[in-house]
Design a protein around this ligand. Structure first.
Ligand SMILES: [Zn+2]
Length: 278
């Protein structure tokens, strides 16, 4: 099983968008919108798993169409602009997959950690894939598409909505098995968005946690720091705490989407450990 990480463009986010100063809404969001700072450009990591049962992609990034004037509504436009999205055609996931010999049409499964545009906008590039989204996430964004590009998806796309029927795994009360082998598993990690989910991949040397935006970086996970833009800060902290419990149980390589260290940790299988001296 070969696993690739691809950074599909970059985001330059305001500091308070990434790291909250206040824990509760609406103060936390006011902080985010008032903050005109720009952090260093951060990657947007997506993953491709070349599994014996098929090619599984976790998150798909955006396409450059998002910059077209009528591509997104005003709310999404504000968020795209605020994110400082930097994306060239060569960055798009489909193009990068082709470069390593994976035809986007052969991708059998796409798992979306959540529906924010930088993770889920390019889903139309995988026409033969079964798209797995949390039921809660999908319904919430149908109702109020905050920061999602769901309205730009192909009309014919019918995602598979997950309710996690495959029982507990470690600190997670429920899960969804993606592979028959049981080595690729989706677990609910809500808070950043209503139905955010993460993907666990069991490999010979470690359990990989493809964490989407549970936190933006590894240090945020270890420091119990809330992502400023998280919709529900308390639930988000609870999800992060579950991931930390997972780290205590076994060797876990924690791979959040916006951490510059994610690719190296994946390549070298560097586990994330909790410093007992803290
Ligand atoms: Zn997000």
């Amino acid at each position: 099983m070969k696993i690739h990480a691809f950074s599909v463009g970059r985001v330059s986010l305001p500091n308070r968008h990434v790291s909250a100063r206040r824990r509760t809404l609406p103060g936390r969001y006011l902080d985010v919108w008032r903050d005109d700072s720009r952090l260093e450009p951060a990657p947007i990591y997506c993953f491709a798993i070349e599994h014996p049962e098929g090619v599984i992609v976790v998150d798909v990034g955006e396409t450059t169409d998002v910059f077209e004037p009528r591509a997104v509504d005003l709310g999404a436009r504000l968020l795209v602009d605020r994110s400082g999205l930097d994306l060239e055609p060569a960055d798009e996931l489909a193009t990068q997959l082709e470069r390593v010999g994976i035809d986007p049409e052969e991708v059998s499964t796409v798992v979306l950690t959540h529906l924010h545009f930088d993770h889920a906008g390019a889903v139309g590039a995988f026409p033969n894939a079964d798209v797995l989204v949390s039921r809660r996430e999908y319904l919430a964004h149908r109702l109020l598409p905050l920061g999602s590009s769901i309205h730009r998806w192909p009309d014919a796309l019918r995602p598979t909505l997950l309710s996690y029927d495959d029982g507990p795994i470690g600190p997670f009360a429920a899960s969804h098995r993606v592979t028959d082998a049981g080595d690729v598993i989706v677990v609910p990690t809500p808070g950043h968005t209503p139905g955010h989910q993460s993907v666990l991949v069991r490999t010979e040397d470690a359990l990989l946690c493809l964490a989407g935006d549970v936190t933006f970086t590894e240090s945020q996970l270890l420091d119990d720091d809330v992502v400023g833009i998280a919709l529900d800060g308390r639930t988000s902290r609870r999800s992060a705490a579950r991931v930390r419990r997972l780290l205590e149980r076994e060797r876990v390589v924690y791979l959040p989407a916006h951490d510059p260290g994610t690719n190296r940790r994946l390549e070298e299988r560097i586990p994330t450990t909790i410093d007992e001296s803290d």
